[in-house]
Design a protein around this ligand. Structure first.
Ligand code: PHE
Length: 490
């Protein structure tokens, strides 16, 4: 809004930043479990369909809005209609809440990175994680080690995000994203050479055609694509707003999707092979080894490293480093959405917005550096992903599909490309995606209401209340702060 908008140094940097955002914890520790529990190879069918009818259309949508409006997410919604700002504020606020717990998981990973050199978790990684790291089995108290790890991660993302776009996010992505791919491919190649890899591969390539009729695998596929491709949260919109006019969006979109989905599919081959090694050496069946999230990274993998020979002293740190990089590059993209929203509405410089947000975020994330941390992360994460995130994407489809005109966005999409986007895209954004997402959304809310204990429902209710009240407060504050700015946009 103030003067010329910065642009990426080149298209490559933009791509690295986009891929860095997409490839995150979701790819490394969420995907293998989802894949396994939802029909193995059969999962690829709903997965590919989800890419085609939600992933591809929505990246195209967000990129075209970013490229056309060249604004933060808040200002983009405001350009469509002034009143939409209140709903729009929910997006950076949700993103901010996600950062505050995502950073705790990356903090745990940092701790494990250091522990892995000597396998300091000892012979029982399960007890070690719950008792010594998360300390979740005791009365409520602060866990200083996790607090320090979170502080270090906040300092790192502050260091990157406070700098100018190309010097900070651009440079970090250019270095870290290729490094992450090299590490992942190295791990996969190594894992294929260890004994037992074939047991894992059999699991990976198994097909269970009956699974295709199970509604849940469809839900899982759509949920994974939304989270993994960072859809709906304004990252793609914000990053695309720094693109020069003559950009080939379709090419960038296809590359981002291939890189993100390729990463999780190939990475899972490595994870499965390594677990296959564990089946062979310990006799524990595969289905007991493959678990989700923290269980996989901080319990199952340390168990594997324990039975592995010298190779594990290298494989361990490299594995945790890969998660660390994936987490950091996703975190910086999340913070960028929030800081540009604040910056564009309150005329904060990038440095000031980043610093203020990192300080506030640090204090909020200390809730997770307590013995309640992992319990709360589970509740907040499922609430934000299954309910709020899907709601936001439905709204996005309505705002740009119905209130704004998709035809003018289609022009932007087709301006600089040989592969023209057809009207199928408009059907997806207007009808198919919202219908599927509404079904998912109702299913998600229903599951919460019928299966959660009252205490969890209360926590989820508080989250909604905080989001709505904060959105209204920020809207009113920004209106007061900059009346002339609001007028000049209309
Ligand atoms: N895509 C990231 C992951 O897979 C998460 C993310 C969501 C990042 C939304 C930015 C915005 O972990």
């Amino acid at each position: 809004m103030m003067g010329e908008r910065t642009t990426w140094n080149n298209n490559y940097t933009f791509l690295m930043a986009m891929i860095g955002s997409a490839v995150g914890l979701g790819n490394i520790w969420r995907f293998p479990y989802l894949y396994y529990t939802n029909g193995h190879g059969t999962f690829l069918i709903p997965y590919i369909i989800a890419v085609l009818i939600v992933g591809l259309p929505f990246i195209l949508l967000e990129s075209s809005v970013g490229l056309k409006f060249k604004e933060s997410i808040i200002n983009s919604y405001q350009k469509v209609n002034n009143k939409l700002q209140i709903v729009a504020w929910i997006i950076p606020l949700t993103m901010f809440l996600i950062i505050t717990y995502y950073i705790c998981i990356v903090g745990w990973d940092l701790i494990y990175f250091f522990l892995s050199f000597t396998k300091a978790w000892g012979p029982d990684p399960n007890t070690f994680f719950t008792v010594s790291i998360a300390q979740s089995n005791t009365a409520f108290h602060f866990v200083p080690l996790v607090g320090i790890a979170i502080l270090v991660i906040w300092a790192l993302i502050w260091f990157v995000c406070r700098k100018d776009l190309n010097d900070g996010i651009g440079k970090a992505s250019n270095i870290l994203v290729p490094l992450m791919f090299v590490i992942m491919i190295g791990i996969v190649i190594y894992s294929l050479t260890i004994p037992g890899a074939s047991i894992g591969l059999q699991e990976y390539f198994a097909i269970d055609w009956n699974a295709i009729w199970d509604f849940n695998i469809w839900l899982a596929a759509f949920g994974q694509i939304i989270f993994s491709l960072s859809l709906g949260m304004g990252v793609i919109l914000t990053y695309s707003s720094y693109l020069p006019d003559k950009t080939n969006i379709t090419k960038n979109t296809v590359i981002t999707i291939f890189a993100n989905c390729g990463f999780e599919l190939v990475n899972a081959i490595g994870i499965f092979s390594i677990l296959g090694f564990m089946v062979l050496s310990s006799g524990i069946p595969f289905d007991q080894l493959i678990v989700e999230g923290t269980g996989l990274a901080f319990i199952a993998f340390p168990q594997v490293f324990n039975v592995m020979g010298t190779g594990s002293h290298i494989l361990g740190p490299i594995f945790f480093l890969c998660i660390l990089i994936a987490g950091l590059t996703s975190l910086i993209s999340m913070l960028e959405v929030v800081s540009t929203s604040i910056g564009s509405k309150f005329e904060f410089s990038r440095k000031k917005a980043t610093t203020v947000l990192c300080l506030i975020g640090f204090f909020i994330s200390m809730i997770y550096a307590t013995s309640l941390g992992s319990y709360l992360i589970g509740i907040v994460d499922s609430m934000l992903n299954n309910v709020v995130l899907i709601f936001i994407i439905i709204i996005e489809a309505i705002v740009f599909g119905y209130i704004y005109s998709l035809d003018s966005l289609l022009e932007v999409l087709n301006e600089n490309t040989l592969f023209k986007v057809g009207s199928w895209w408009k059907y997806c954004v207007k009808y198919i995606t919202p219908i599927i997402l509404i079904i998912l959304w109702i299913g998600g809310i229903g599951a919460f209401i019928f299966t959660s204990p009252v205490s969890e429902l209360i926590i989820r209710g508080i989250i909604i209340l905080v989001l709505v009240v904060s959105a209204i407060v920020l809207y009113l504050a920004s209106k007061k702060y900059n009346k002339s700015e609001v007028n000049s946009l209309n």
